[in-house]
Design a binder for this molecule. Structure first.
Ligand code: CP
Ligand code: NVA
Length: 323
């Protein structure tokens, strides 16, 4: 089998060794764009059947306190492709599930592993893990943020549109972890973003303020509106996510009441976007709720390319932080 190296692939040097990936707020525009550039090169090598294995002997622990299809499989496969190894650690089986402190867990796992990916509820838990671990910690989704998803989303947008700067994204739906991370990611790379959520389900105000600071630096805009037509008008990208996230199952009925009348992405709404808009969704999706089947299964949808890019974007990240 033909193999290649970072040098041969001409990867952008980013000096992120040992760095945690908790939110995109901690990364510069150049670092985010560099990761996208490297992801493209690593993806291309894989497409050509060229092995790229800079992480031989490296082990990533993957702690899951919530379900996952994409995150688990893309991290595990990505690590294997890079020559390393990934361990699936369900919180049901770990001692943290029985109350062992996060700080102890962090220090113990640092003795065995080279990195930890964690999916959990409170963002503070991930911050605590990162504080006590001596190895990099990657946020695989919290109630507040989902930065790995946004890295893949930006890669997909760049592949489809040839750029990220200067575009307009419309996010329709719950002001949740996806809305927060998309807002930060867009603001960092100079993409305008309009978020439309019903009253009571708007994004966290502190996150909005923080993202507005980044938008000021990059020269982009953030609009928060209850009017989905205003958000979608002239958008290059339409994005939506579930109305009830993991952990909010009991609120499902109340949320359907709040969102159903105005916040479904369907043909009627999408006609206000640019003719060549693309549709993104982090998945899993509920057809007939946040998105009509005609949109998610229609010609503007690039959801499977987007899901595939989870692995390519994360491989670029893993190479940087674990090497
Ligand atoms: N988008 C995403 O994170 O999917 P999973 O919940 O399947 O990992
Ligand atoms: N907002 C969703 C995203 C799933 C990838 C959730 O947190 O469940």
């Amino acid at each position: 089998m033909i193999t290649t190296t970072e040098k041969e692939l001409n990867l952008v040097e980013l000096n992120l060794k040992g760095k945690d990936f908790l939110t995109l707020a901690d990364f510069s525009e150049a670092e985010i764009l560099g990761l996208l550039e490297n992801a493209k090169k690593i993806k291309e090598a894989l497409r050509k059947g060229i092995a790229f294995q800079p992480l031989q002997g490296k082990n990533l622990g993957m702690i899951f306190e919530k379900s996952s299809t994409r995150t688990r499989v893309s991290f595990e496969t990505g690590m294997l492709q890079l020559g390393g190894h990934a361990l699936f650690l369900s919180s049901n089986d770990l001692q943290i599930g029985r109350g062992e402190p996060i700080s102890d867990t962090a220090q113990v796992l640092s003795e065995y592993l080279d990195g930890i990916m964690i999916r959990t509820f409170e963002h503070e838990k991930v911050e605590e893990l990162a504080k006590y671990a001596s190895i990099p910690v990657i946020n695989g989704l919290t109630d507040m943020f989902h930065p790995c998803q946004v890295l893949a989303d930006l890669l997909t947008i760049q592949e489809c549109k040839g750029k990220v700067k200067g575009l307009k994204m419309a996010y329709i739906g719950d002001g949740n972890n996806m809305a927060h991370s998309l807002m930060i990611g867009a603001a960092k790379v100079g993409m305008d973003i309009s978020i439309s959520s019903p009253n009571g389900y708007k994004p966290n105000e502190e996150v909005v303020k923080r993202a507005e600071g980044f938008a000021k630096e990059s020269g982009s805009t953030i609009v928060i509106t209850e009017n989905p037509v205003e958000a979608v008008t002239d958008a290059d990208i339409i994005y939506t996510d579930v109305w009830a996230s993991m952990g909010q199952e009991e609120e499902s009925q109340a949320r359907i009441q709040a969102f159903a009348a105005n916040y479904q992405v369907n043909e009627e709404l999408a006609k206000h976007a640019k003719d060549d808009y693309i549709f993104l969704h982090c998945l899993p999706a509920h057809r007939g709720e946040e998105v009509a089947a005609e949109i998610i299964d229609g010609s503007h949808s690039v959801i499977f390319q987007e899901a595939g890019n989870r692995m390519h974007a994360q491989k670029a990240l893993l190479v940087e932080v674990l090497k």
